[in-house]
Write a protein that binds this ligand. Structure first.
Ligand SMILES: C[S@@+](CC[C@H](N)C(=O)[O-])C[C@H]1O[C@@H](n2cnc3c(N)ncnc32)[C@H](O)[C@@H]1O
Length: 210
């Protein structure tokens, strides 16, 4: 099935179908080195997600992979409903059994509007291809006053890592603007893995409140 493809700036790569992207991540799930199932909770990416979401009753991890962030969100919010949403079933098969799972594409989320008070996407929006649709969906399922975090790579550093043909990195203002269509407050900042290490510019976090 052809995927509605939005051309990236200056990119000449051919469109990739959703089935190809899914197949790539189904295979990737076997690769624990590149798609780990756990993360050190001291890593700033994790701390920032927890800090910005604050206490939640319900949270959606968009493009959750094996649910390494969701496990920690759940530990911090033991009574919360935490849902891991991902394209690849092989990723979701590895999610901790205490978490909910749901498969599909983030460009069409199968949840009611306002269903979650926290939504986050870590290194997954960059794979969504139709970025506008994915952002609109993440914001739609966020309750008014709910909090959203996107962590992804900085387009200024494009080329620094090997990337699949469909991957897209973002300029700060580009995603601020998209999120700003749906959220009352949006800010972004450069982040590094460790709080006491100066960011090298590769990772950006966008923090929004609906
Ligand atoms: C690099 S992994 C990141 C996983 C997780 N967020 C983490 O930080 O461990 C990207 C994930 O996004 C998922 N993904 C890619 N395209 C997607 C889509 N359109 N909808 C939902 N998930 C998608 C992949 O299957 C993969 O598990």
């Amino acid at each position: 099935m052809p995927w509605p493809f939005k051309w990236g700036r200056g990119r000449q790569t051919p469109p990739t179908s959703l089935d190809e992207i899914r197949a790539s991540f189904e295979r990737g799930a076997q690769d624990e080195e590149h798609f780990p199932s756990t993360i050190d909770p001291r890593i700033y990416h994790v701390k920032l997600v927890l800090e910005h979401l604050g206490p939640v009753h319900s949270a959606l991890d968009v493009g959750a992979g094996k649910g390494r962030f969701a496990r920690i969100v759940r530990e911090q919010n033991p009574t919360a409903r935490v849902v891991c949403f991902d394209l690849a079933l092989e990723m979701l098969r590895r999610v901790d059994p205490g978490l909910h799972t749901c498969a599909g594409s983030m460009t069409s989320l199968p949840f009611a509007s306002g269903a979650f008070d926290g939504v986050y996407a870590t290194e997954s929006l960059e794979h969504a291809v139709d970025i506008e649709a994915a952002v609109a969906e993440m914001c739609r399922v966020l309750a008014p006053g709910g909090r959203l975090v996107v962590i992804d790579k900085n387009a200024e550093h494009w080329g620094k890592l090997k990337t699949p043909a469909w991957e897209k990195w973002f300029h700060r203002q580009e995603l601020e603007k998209l999120l700003g269509r749906h959220c009352a407050r949006v800010e972004s900042r450069l982040i590094s893995y460790w709080e006491d290490v100066e960011p090298d510019g590769l990772f950006l976090a966008w923090l929004a409140v609906k």
